[in-house]
Design a protein around this ligand. Structure first.
Ligand SMILES: *Cc1c(COP(=O)(O)O)cnc(C)c1O
Length: 415
């Protein structure tokens, strides 16, 4: 069985992190943080801030901005649930911006409706590894004088530091992301004063417990072994024998912070070993490593279009697209998942993203396209270890599901 995902981290990185956990003192933390931040912006402009996670950075930014309660935050309608929870926590009103499933970019009409005089912040996520053209969004920002935050959590590529005109660009190195350090994030801000006030707030936070971080490194050493083909097959066999739902087990084991403690968990400074591993990973990360993933994604999409011409692939028209994940749309995702499981592929609907609800008093802002897409979304396993023969057999396994009669998504598959 091919597992849904391979963590983008090598055994040698995990060993490096464990080594750092044993040798790096927390007294070196500030120096490590400064070095990492200076390196991040060495070829670009602005200020860098290293955080525990993108969510920590988002919460930090909303504290620093001190917006009047009831201010609106226009957001890409598809994001991770915590990003929305954090907006509400600050007494602000999330307003979804509907997305065009072909590009995963904001739909122009919906952008127009979502951004108005009460909008103080616009946050746009580059989804699935594709990149959104920010030009129309920068125009909307300037029209209302808001702040534009670019969520690059799914769009890391070496050398990319975000759009130069975005006010804030954030990158995540959480466990399922490219170049993961099992946590950590980098923010780039244009406004030095805002950066100063965020640093000030962050410096009052307690430091992340490095023993917890060390046990996370050990846990992923185990999970990495289990996500190898043989390891994963054994895991599923074991779960079936024991009557455990492995889909739920896996979604739990890669889940972030528990909801109830979210805000207090987010408000920590990254510990020294995390900063050390993050710097090690970023400085050693090559274009080639990423290109291997991107090529697999491109090849799989090509095969899908060949074997299943009716298939919808969200973000297929995004450019550039790194194919961090390969999502598809199926009439009935559960049937597709079961079919793929029979053929030896562990596809998943995932439970890590959510559709942003419109404000209660503004149901007309319901993001219809995104909601519709989300109901049919599933992710295919796709990573460099899967060779061509393997990708072909996955595409073939999907063929019976995408018979021409189910052409409801065919609009999306044509280039
Ligand atoms: C992963 C992710 C985040 C959160 O990143 P963390 O560093 O885990 O907080 C935010 N937005 C998007 C779109 C993501 O994919």
């Amino acid at each position: 069985m091919w597992s849904r995902k391979r963590f983008d981290i090598d055994y040698s990185d995990l060993i490096y992190g464990l080594g750092a956990a044993l040798t790096v003192e927390n007294s070196q933390r500030q120096e490590l943080q400064k070095k990492l931040e200076d390196w991040w912006i060495s070829d670009s402009t602005g200020e860098a801030i290293a955080c525990l996670s993108v969510r920590s950075g988002w919460d930090l930014l909303l504290q620093g901005l001190q917006l009047p309660p009831g201010s609106e935050v226009a957001m890409s309608a598809l994001t991770i649930p915590d990003m929305v929870t954090i907006v509400r926590h600050h007494g602000l009103v999330p307003v979804p911006i509907d997305l065009d499933p072909r590009t995963m970019a904001p739909d122009p009409a919906s952008l127009d409706r979502a951004v108005g005089p009460r909008t103080r912040v616009i946050i746009i996520a580059h989804l699935f590894g594709g990149r959104v053209d920010l030009a129309p969004i920068l125009a909307a920002r300037d029209r209302v004088g808001a702040i534009l935050v670019e969520d690059c959590a799914q769009a890391f590529t070496p050398g990319f530091r975000g759009h130069p005109d975005a006010d804030v660009s954030c990158f995540s190195f959480g466990n399922i992301k490219f170049a993961t350090a099992l946590g950590g994030a980098l923010l780039r801000l244009r406004d030095p004063q805002l950066a100063d006030s965020l640093r000030q707030i962050q410096s009052t936070y307690p430091v992340q417990d490095s023993r917890n971080y060390t046990s996370r490194l050990l846990k992923y050493l185990g999970l990495k072994t289990l996500s190898s083909r043989a390891g994963f097959t054994a895991l599923i066999w074991g779960c079936r024998r024991l009557g455990i739902d492995y889909d739920r087990l896996l979604n739990q084991s890669v889940k972030g912070f528990p909801q109830d403690e979210l805000i207090s968990r987010l408000r920590h400074q990254p510990c020294a070993p995390l900063l050390a591993l993050l710097r090690h990973r970023l400085q050693g990360y090559t274009e080639e490593r990423l290109a291997a993933q991107t090529h697999r994604g491109q090849r799989l999409i090509q095969l899908l279009q060949e074997y299943c011409p009716q298939i919808g692939v969200p973000g297929v028209a995004a450019s550039p697209n790194l194919h961090w994940v390969v999502p598809i749309l199926a009439e009935d995702p559960e049937i597709a998942i079961a079919t793929l499981a029979n053929a030896g592929f562990d596809a998943t609907q995932g439970n890590s993203m959510t559709v942003v609800d419109p404000p209660e008093t503004h149901q007309e802002r319901e993001p219809r396209n995104t909601r519709e897409m989300f109901q049919h979304l599933l992710y295919l396993p796709c990573y460099p270890a899967m060779d061509d023969t393997t990708l072909v057999s996955m595409a073939q396994a999907l063929r019976p599901i995408f018979s021409p009669s189910l052409s409801q998504f065919s609009r999306m598959s044509s280039p």
